[in-house]
Design a binder for this molecule. Structure first.
Ligand code: HEM
Length: 142
């Protein structure tokens, strides 16, 4: 496939991911409202991850890997790839607590919903800034 098309797909996946991230950020605020909202957030975030965020991240990863030019020697280039990989890996790992939190909400287990929410927050605190930095460095590389 043409490299220009792969780059367009990469940017499409990233733009899509940013939109999904915004939605997730807003729905996660509902956790603070009450128990019913907390459970609804757990179920909605799980569905958003499965149907939207995971496909976007797989596309970003596959296109990113295809774009890699091993002959590049610029440290910024490899920093960009490193940051992108941290962001994608963080999101893949995050699928575990997101799924466990959904099951905990299904079973009405308040303690576990809170515990998995904290794990989601910790992973996001690393993955989201890494993704945003990859965006900035990617834009600078242009
Ligand atoms: C959240 C994750 C990511 C973000 C925000 C991101 C963002 C970007 C941006 C903004 C560009 C520049 C596009 C352009 O030239 O117009 C880019 C290019 C690129 N990305 Fe990503 N990316 C991510 C993940 C990845 C991953 C996981 C890889 C590799 C495994 C990767 C590899 C590349 C490569 C090789 C290029 C081409 C760089 C060049 O030739 O100058 N990216 N990315």
């Amino acid at each position: 496939m043409d490299m220009a098309v792969i780059l367009k797909l990469h940017i499409f996946a990233i733009a899509f991911w940013l939109g999904v991230l915004g939605v997730e950020f807003i729905i996660e605020q509902g956790r603070a409202l009450n128990e019913a909202h907390r459970y609804a957030v757990a179920q909605q975030h799980f569905k958003i991850d499965m149907f939207f965020e995971m496909p976007a991240f797989i596309l970003a990863l596959v296109t990113g890997l295809l774009l890699i030019d091993p002959s590049q020697s610029s440290p910024l280039y490899w920093t960009k790839i490193g940051l992108g990989l941290i962001a994608v890996t963080g999101n893949i790992i995050c699928l575990v607590p997101i799924t466990l939190r959904k099951f905990a909400a299904d079973k009405d287990s308040r303690k576990d919903v809170l515990r998995h929410s904290r794990t989601v927050d910790r992973i996001s605190a690393v993955a989201v800034p890494a993704g945003l930095l990859a965006l900035v460095v990617g834009a600078v590389l242009r």
